[in-house]
Design a protein around this ligand. Structure first.
Ligand code: FES
Length: 148
């Protein structure tokens, strides 16, 4: 087999493999026509928001929380002003365990090793030494949205 014959046979083989890849796997990707991110709870937050909540059915009582997309949102007070809520990262800054909101104490508590954080994410008790990331809350009608 000379060089030209080899390239002709080999080239056709590669083309067939690539065509198979294109049609079998590369071409079979599912296209998401909805560019709006899913917050992991089955609802789509408004554009630019990381998480949203429908205040007509969620977070109705002081102390209630919602966790989605790595963020915990808590209602701290009545009314639907943004100041009535807080949103911080749900992963403890010590070793990443999901924190809970303790309404009686008005603080976040990590069940793993007991770290505590205030409602703006600052450390109240270790072993965690870093604050939780705090997010911005906006309320439009009955839709609460969280952004970075
Ligand atoms: S993981 Fe939260 S205190 Fe250790």
């Amino acid at each position: 087999m000379d060089r030209q014959e080899f390239l002709a046979k080999f080239g056709i083989g590669i083309a067939a493999i690539c065509a198979g890849c294109t049609f079998a796997s590369c071409g079979s990707t599912v296209k998401d026509d909805d560019p709006t991110p899913d917050d992991g709870t089955g609802s789509n937050p408004p554009a630019g928001a990381l998480v949203s909540a429908d205040l007509s059915s969620e977070l109705r009582n002081v102390g209630e929380s919602k966790v989605a997309n790595g963020i915990i949102i808590v209602r701290l007070a009545s009314g639907n002003a943004p100041e009535s809520f807080t949103a911080v990262q749900v992963a403890c800054t010590h070793q990443g365990v999901a924190i809970n909101y303790n309404n009686a104490q008005g603080r976040f508590v990590c069940p793993a090793h007991g770290s505590q954080f205030n409602t703006t994410g600052d450390v109240l008790a270790g072993p965690a030494t870093s604050a939780l990331k705090k997010y911005t809350i906006n309320v439009n009608g009955s839709t609460l949205s969280v952004s970075s």
